[in-house]
Design a binder for this molecule. Structure first.
Ligand SMILES: [Zn+2]
Length: 448
């Protein structure tokens, strides 16, 4: 049994509570006691605001290598995608392990305790499978374990270069040829499924309705539904994607996913940027999750989705850093609100507590970890402590500490991260990985 005493802890309400004792046993929170004015003897002291572990619900780990390298000149999502493909072409199992391990360790430094890796670079150059066709999936699972995070590997079916277009270049590495072959391969990932407690879950993804035809999408949706697995898909990130679906199939991506049975699964729509009213209604009625990635969406000039109407319709929210233009879940959380302010001229559309809930509980739930993301007895012992002594947070009022964290904290303010009862970040440093050094080496290995 380990006992922690938190100066302030956010237990899910509107504000943080003062003087909270948290007892941890076997990786779980055994008890939470409020109103403990001083640390009991033997308790580890957590100064600042302690919040639940955050989930980065949408990641493509290899895209961390592109940071800063795609910011010159003009262009669009589609020109960025060409640069992304050139990075995807260069990955091999060793370089991918190093890059993902360092990227996940960077996530740990900002309080991420679980990552949803949307995995589509499956095969070797030219699409030749590795001896183990799940080699790169296993690399990602190993990387998360070494970085101290839980992972949900969302293995993505990817079959076409666009609607009616053949695969080209790096895309050949993404495809299994058919949805049935995709399912056979993912089945071989074996025991690391829902219910296991090795910190690993296997989920499914439909890359997009650009890359997967409706019949194949139905096969993936059925696989997810029958196995009780999370199912994610990129949805309406760009207007051109909607137009292509309307032209080819007469429906929006959301409508096509609904027809394919995807919304009946534990479904997350990633981005959900360009939706019409019927799409919003469908996602809300399905109680689907919308995984927003605002720093990537602004980086790629995708647009502002506006999540209030989705939440009002019945959808839940989670957050992801996606392309890793930056990795800072506080920045993702406040961007949901701040971008919407710019688009609507209205403040306070999402409260700080709602945004933090999306970052913690919402993300974990959509990745298949309903027992994480809350500080309460019985939950996984994921504790993230944000120090209040930085220039950003000095002067924080305990009454509005949740607002301070969500609207002003940055990654370096995270001093301590505990995942399943194990310390992963201490004193602002990863306990086993020199993160900047490993990132530097890993990125150079892929890009230079
Ligand atoms: Zn993505």
């Amino acid at each position: 049994m380990t006992t922690y005493w938190c100066e302030l802890a956010w237990l899910g309400g509107r504000r943080a509570e003062t003087g909270v004792m948290i007892e941890v046993e076997d990786g779980l929170i055994a008890a939470v006691t409020e109103g403990v004015s001083a640390p009991p003897a033997g308790a580890a002291r957590l100064d600042g605001v302690t919040i639940p572990g955050l989930a980065n619900a949408h990641s493509h780990a290899f895209q961390r290598a592109l940071r800063g390298r795609t910011q010159q000149g003009s262009g669009s999502f589609w020109t960025w995608r060409e640069q992304m493909y050139s990075a995807a072409e260069r990955l091999d199992p060793d370089s991918y392990l190093a890059l993902a391990r360092a990227t996940y360790a960077e996530m740990a430094l900002v309080g991420v305790t679980c990552v949803g890796e949307f995995h589509y670079v499956h095969h070797g150059p030219g699409g030749t499978p590795y001896d183990d066709p799940n080699e790169l999936g296993r690399v990602l699972i190993a990387a998360a374990g070494e970085a101290g995070l839980r992972i949900t590997l969302l293995d993505a079916c990817y079959l076409h270069g666009g609607i009616g277009e053949p695969l080209a270049g790096a895309q050949e590495r993404f495809s299994d040829g058919s949805a049935d072959t995709w399912a056979e391969r993912v089945d071989q990932l074996g025991g690391a499924g829902s219910g296991s407690d090795d910190g690993v879950r296997i989920g499914a993804a439909i890359h997009s309705m650009r890359a997967v035809d409706p019949e194949s999408a139905a096969v993936v949706a059925r696989w997810a539904r029958e196995g009780g697995r999370p199912l994610h898909a990129h949805v309406s990130e760009q207007p051109a994607e909607n137009q292509a679906c309307l032209d080819a199939y007469g429906g929006t991506p959301t409508a096509l996913l609904d027809d394919a049975g995807a919304l009946a699964a534990a479904f997350s729509a990633v981005h959900a940027t360009h939706l019409d009213d019927a799409d919003v209604r469908l996602l809300g009625e399905a109680a689907a999750c919308c995984c927003v990635c605002p720093t990537t969406e602004r980086d790629l000039a995708d647009g502002i989705g506006g999540m209030r109407r989705l939440v009002d319709a019945g959808a839940s929210l989670s957050l992801g850093s996606d392309s890793h233009a930056v990795i800072d879940l506080f920045e993702e959380a406040r961007a949901v609100e701040l971008d919407e302010r710019l688009a609507t001229g209205e403040r306070g559309r999402h409260s700080a507590a709602e945004l933090l809930r999306a970052a913690a509980e919402g993300g974990h739930a959509c990745l298949g970890w309903p027992d994480a993301g809350r500080i309460e007895a019985g939950a996984r012992a994921d504790l993230v402590t944000v120090s209040l002594d930085s220039v950003r947070l000095a002067g924080t009022d305990p009454e509005t500490a949740v607002e301070s964290v969500v609207f002003a904290a940055a990654a370096p303010d995270v001093r301590s991260v505990i995942v399943d009862g194990r310390e992963v970040v201490s004193g602002g440093r990863h306990v086993s990985i020199d993160v900047p050094r490993e990132l530097d080496q890993a990125v150079r290995q892929v890009m230079l």
